[in-house]
Design a protein. Structure first.
Lengths: 314, 643
């Protein structure tokens, strides 16, 4: 198990390096020149050259990358070309919002998705199964950002139960913090709930029909024990990677939620830096988001190793 | 003399009503796909004709007519600038169809050839390409699109290009996986040997064979493209503001949320409609390609099966004191297609005596395993026992509550399977699983149960048992796993052990060891064994008495010597003749001609008659009764023929 974790951690670090290099390389080939953009089209060439030099853009690409990477490792992502603030300050400021949204959505998506999947899968072709399967099919077709608009219109604008927009930090007021996250978390996790429920239903049906469940029943093990001791663990093995992918998608879609509910998170930071061609900011935000996703994948891999002896290196 | 299969009427002739039901259900299956294609066609037509069919210029704004409700003048009302929503929705369809087709086409043109080449070349090219795309795939599509738009700049063409790049990576991986599979097939080798060029092999030989799944993928991608592009536009990163687009429309509704909340409905519903149509079309195409038929029984069928009356068991004979288990008139039915009921077991009666080994032989599909499962009350759903009884310890096992049955399973009646490794949960240790019956039935503590498990594993000859209990099933060989499952089956001292083909999956030498072990343990524990097998050699070695089963019926019953030397049923005889023997040399081993009919085509008369060399017209006329241990009207003549 230690070996598995060591190997996975190493692979994660390599992935992160490669993602960083890839983003860096892509931005290098961009036809948009951030210096010209910052100084305006008619800027005198000597001013442009001075700024280039100041930003290190006159160095060879490899040197630029290594310099940037060295900074990143020390927590220095450079300064925003738009606001001139250090990128890392902006990220630290926005990170809690994204993390709150991600944790809330993870809890909702996995608990609701697994519950629905088990409800349907344990009694296939029953009334419950039909209802769950139909609801899931509809939920899969609803775009999250539209659902967010509808939820906001109903529960915030019309009924006034929840705030329309804005974020209150946990330190300021835990209850307002929770209030401000309810709608975005539900809206961002609905699609994930549907995907997890659909997969879970299928896996539960397969596991319940597998020969070992028949063999376990033949030992006289009661159904409740079969389900919570054997089915649950066997279902989680194929489902963990599905959940991991859904969490990554939740992070992506939360950028839209941040716009609908005016939440100052990493998503809006990314969108704004794309709009303003603020490359240091974009690189920083992407590296942080990629790190979260790579960490999720690492946890999924370690979880799989804990659950399933077959993936542990012998 | 023989009777062919065609002349025997099927058990349940299909009625006109049933045929009609089947056609209707097939129509329904296709209806969703038909609707999806009609919807897509409508979208495309609207997209092309939008400039001519819209009632208003989508950008014509009239401040006097802001936020108008639905009216004949404005079918979907107007927006905050007084523009006609219906016209904007139609123009939005034009944008959605155009941009999604554009990006998916581009993605196909790039992704598919790359995937073909990478998959075909394999080796290091493949490895590098896969590692590179792994990295891209670790970032969600939407965020990947952000980076691409940051690089390419914002704008309509750039957005379509960004989405195309994201999709081409996905398509490349799919094509590569499909190509890897095709590459191993003979036609590719043949093309290579014939000296065809690589381009020819890739595009003329392999591509036509992988194009089906790719079309499915492309159909679903068209829907996803609409979703991603509207999302990007909603975020302000997508299409130009001058273009009428559903995502942009949704963005505009946000400022009027409080005054006019209904504005979010038309663009949202339009997106859902378009995405659903492409998804349904993709699913329908996939099913059509796979020739998929839904196999689950319909609700109607299940209800019909439940309604079927529970036929009362025939009056039970007083069980003999030597009989431990008495099965009487057991019938098991499954709901079949179109409300038919399939009889899997028909009127099966036998008894298992104390301390004996009773063999149950027959071809696969004859109902042997179903009989075994019925003894433990484990008939798989939706099948059920519809008649008969299984008497054991003064109770009828077909009629006792599930909780009581659980006390009998694994404790008084145990079962071992053919696939012993598959009989264990792969993610729990062998020790944990073996200890379970002891903990449930005998209430042992975890430590005591584990101690007993180690003793039992020693007993069945698993070396190094104390360490092996910590192993997982995949770390056991087939023979060792079968020993472990025997140890578990014996752990609670059962009175009856049902062994369903316990040695079929094992090597010949291991087979003999496991059979010897079973024989030893049977004497030691004084159990009765019901040994299910299709191997008459195993029967000769281990059984006291034998039941011969065919097509859900018992055809012959007798002691092992009589069955093997003087069979009275032509089927038993044919089975014996098809068994290799080393005392007689022959050119070819005789086989039984034909195949056992499936449950829905069992003949009315003797079920073996269509394959029987001794069949008479009387054999097919009416069911044959089970008299004096045999179900054959010519039993006496046949027993005289000898082997």
């Amino acid at each position: 198990m230690t070996r598995l974790i060591a190997v996975r951690v190493l692979m994660s670090v390599v992935s992160l390096l490669l993602v960083s290099a890839f983003v860096f390389a892509l931005i290098q080939v961009s036809p948009v020149d951030p210096v010209v953009l910052a100084l305006g089209d008619g800027a005198p060439p000597e001013k442009v050259a001075a700024m280039r030099h100041a930003l290190g853009l006159d160095q060879p690409v490899i040197v630029q990358f290594v310099t940037w990477l060295g900074g990143v490792l020390q927590g220095d992502f450079g300064a925003s070309t738009f606001t001139n603030r250090p990128v890392v300050d902006e990220i630290v400021e926005k990170f809690p919002v994204t993390l709150s949204l991600l944790i809330g959505a993870t809890v909702i998506a996995t608990s609701a998705g697994l519950t629905l999947g088990f409800l349907a899968g344990l009694q296939p072709d029953s009334m419950v199964d039909r209802v769950v399967t139909s609801v899931v099919a509809i939920a899969l077709a609803i775009p999250s950002f539209w659902l967010a608009l509808i939820l906001a219109a109903i529960f915030a604008v019309q009924l006034g139960w929840l705030p329309v927009a804005g974020y209150v930090s946990f330190r300021e007021s835990p209850s307002l913090w929770a209030y401000s996250l309810v709608l975005p978390c539900i809206a961002v996790s609905t699609h994930a709930i549907a995907v997890i429920a659909r997969h879970a239903r299928g896996v539960v049906v397969d596991v319940m029909n597998s020969p070992f469940i028949e063999a376990i029943r033949a030992r006289g093990t009661p159904r409740s024990l079969i389900i919570h001791r054997y089915v649950l663990k066997n279902v989680l093995v194929p489902l963990l990677p599905v959940i991991g992918v859904q969490l990554a998608i939740i992070i992506a879609v939360s950028t839209v939620m941040e716009k609908v509910f005016v939440l100052p998170g990493l998503g809006s930071l990314m969108v704004n830096s794309v709009v303003s061609s603020d490359y240091p900011m974009l690189k920083g935000a992407i590296v942080v988001v990629a790190s979260i996703i790579i960490l999720i994948n690492l946890l999924v891999d370690i979880g799989l190793g804990l659950l399933d002896p077959r993936v542990r290196p012998q | 003399m023989s009777v062919t299969n065609e002349s025997t009427p099927p058990l349940t002739p299909p009625s006109a009503q049933r045929r009609e039901n089947r056609v209707r259900s097939q129509m329904w299956r296709q209806r969703a796909t038909v609707i999806a294609f009609a919807g897509i066609a409508a979208l495309v037509v609207i997209a092309i004709l939008a400039p001519w069919i819209v009632p208003y210029d989508p950008n014509f704004s009239s401040i006097m007519e802001r936020h108008q409700g639905i009216s004949l003048r404005h079918l979907m009302g107007t927006d905050g600038l007084g523009r006609d929503t219906f016209s904007r929705i139609l123009y939005g369809a034009r944008t959605a169809v155009w941009t999604s087709f554009e990006s998916v086409t581009l993605a196909l043109l790039v992704g598919v050839p790359c995937g073909l080449l990478v998959g075909y070349l394999g080796g290091w090219v493949d490895r590098i390409a896969m590692r590179a795309t792994d990295i891209l795939q670790s970032v969600p599509s939407l965020i990947f699109a952000f980076v691409l738009i940051a690089v390419l700049g914002r704008g309509t063409a750039q957005t379509a290009l960004a989405v195309a790049i994201v999709f081409s990576v996905i398509l490349m991986r799919i094509t590569r996986a499909l190509t890897l599979r095709e590459r191993e097939l003979l036609y590719v080798d043949a093309a290579r040997v014939a000296g065809l060029s690589r381009t020819h092999i890739l595009f003329r030989e392999i591509l036509p064979n992988v194009v089906g799944p790719l079309i499915v993928e492309a159909a679903i991608m068209l829907g996803t493209a609409i979703l991603i592009i509207t999302m990007l536009t909603f975020l302000g990163l997508g299409l130009d503001a001058s273009i009428v687009d559903w995502g942009g429309m949704l963005d505009e509704t946000r400022q009027y949320q409080a005054v006019y909340p209904y504005a979010v409905l038309p663009p949202g519903l339009a997106i859902i409609f378009a995405v659903l149509m492409f998804n349904f079309a993709g699913d329908g195409l996939r099913d059509a390609l796979a020739g998929k038929q839904r196999s689950t029984a319909s609700r109607k069928q299940l209800r019909a099966a439940r309604r079927a009356d529970r036929v009362a068991a025939s009056p039970a004979k007083a069980p003999k004191s030597s009989d431990l288990v008495t099965v009487e008139g057991l019938k098991i039915e499954f709901p079949g297609e179109d409300e038919a009921v399939l009889e899997i077991l028909s009127n099966v009666s036998f008894s298992i005596r104390r301390g004996e080994t009773l063999g149950l032989v027959g071809e696969s599909g004859s109902g042997k395993s179903m009989t075994a499962l019925a003894l433990l009350g484990l008939v798989p759903k939706p099948g059920r026992v519809t008649a008969g009884s299984i008497r054991f310890g003064g109770r009828d096992l077909t009629a006792i509550p599930e909780a009581d049955m659980n006390h009998i399973r694994g404790s008084e009646v145990s079962l071992i399977f053919q696939d012993s490794i598959g009989g264990f949960s792969p993610v729990h240790t062998i020790g944990q699983q073996l200890a379970e019956p002891l903990r449930i039935h005998h209430g042992l503590s975890e430590a005591d149960a584990m101690k007993r498990v180690i003793e039992l594993l020693d007993l069945v000859g698993v070396p190094n048992a104390a360490n092996r209990v910590k192993d997982y099933p995949h770390q056991f060989s087939g023979g060792m796993a079968q020993r472990a499952s025997i140890a578990m089956a014996l752990s609670c001292g059962p009175k009856v052990l049902v062994a369903d083909e316990p040695t079929t999956a094992l090597d010949v030498t291991i087979q003999a060891q496991v059979l010897d072990l079973l024989g030893d343990l049977q004497k030691r524990f004084n159990m009765s064994v019901l040994l299910i097998t299709h191997d008459l050699g195993v029967v000769a070695e281990t059984c006291d008495r034998v039941l011969v089963m065919y097509a859900g019926e018992i055809l012959e019953e007798g002691d092992v010597f009589q069955i093997l030397t003087q069979p009275r049923h032509p089927y038993t005889r044919a089975l014996l003749e098809a068994t290799p023997r080393n005392d007689i040399r022959m050119e070819r081993l005789p086989t039984i001609r034909g195949a056992m009919p499936a449950a829905w085509e069992w003949p009315v008369g003797c079920r073996f008659a269509p394959r029987c060399a001794y069949a008479l017209p009387a054999c097919t006329a009416a069911p044959v009764a089970f008299v004096n241990g045999v179900r054959c009207i010519r039993a006496d003549e046949i027993s005289r023929v000898g082997i």
